[in-house]
Design a protein around this ligand. Sequence first.
Ligand SMILES: C[S@@+](CC[C@H](N)C(=O)[O-])C[C@H]1O[C@@H](n2cnc3c(N)ncnc32)[C@H](O)[C@@H]1O
Length: 247
Amino acid sequence: MDDIVVARLNRPPGRRQRIANQVLARLGTGLRVAARPYSWGYGNVESRVNVFHLASQTCAYNVPGDLVEVGCALGGSSVVIQSVLSGGGETGKSFHVYDSFEGLPEPSATDAADSVYRKGDMAAPLERFEASFRHIGLPSLPVIHRGWFDDTIPAQLPDRISFALIDCDLYTSTAHVLPHVYSRMSPGAIAMFGVYYDPAVYPCEGIQDTYASPGVKRATDEFFADKPERVSVLYANEYSNGYFRKV
Ligand SMILES: C[S@@+](CC[C@H](N)C(=O)[O-])C[C@H]1O[C@@H](n2cnc3c(N)ncnc32)[C@H](O)[C@@H]1O
């Protein structure tokens, strides 16, 4: 498998930064302009590493089906998944991403009661998603399904899924998406939740509301109440991810 960039550190200074710093140096100031890091949106290095290991595991074991990311925003995890796929030779698998690219829908009554999110939060234009792939030098884009999940899922899901990243923050979105993704997962397939915060397993004192996203755990736990699989918590520094493997 080719090298894969999960986090990009120590970016060389751009032209404007170099010029600004030459001017500042000539003026004899000790000040320097630092490059603004590229924004990958929502996630941290730990969560990208979790995505990398789980997605590449399903490819290495050749679990049948395609890869999907439901809720892709700026593409911070999508570039990792696409890199895993591109580095694995001819797999016959495709990668599908789903998002409104307008942020969250109007919260339902149950999401509104959590008081975490508002309509339009995390709006990420499609152009910025595509720019993330250019930024990291990835030549091919995934199959992009733009729209509200009520319209795109299940209609535009692949028939069989080997890996899914379900990352939609709201109770209502998670409760809608999860049964459709689950029913298409092959035995041995893995689904990861972008946020699955269980303070009983990994307490993060004073956790930010959005890192807790309580609706996701509620929807997920309700769904698995009568299923053989259990969701495991994965450390992701200031919050946690979750995942399960389909029996
Ligand atoms: C946390 S962000 C995704 C982050 C991304 N997976 C990453 O790793 O960088 C959640 C995304 O879900 C999308 N989303 C949530 N509910 C949705 C719905 N019902 N329809 C369409 N998009 C939705 C939002 O637009 C947002 O971009």
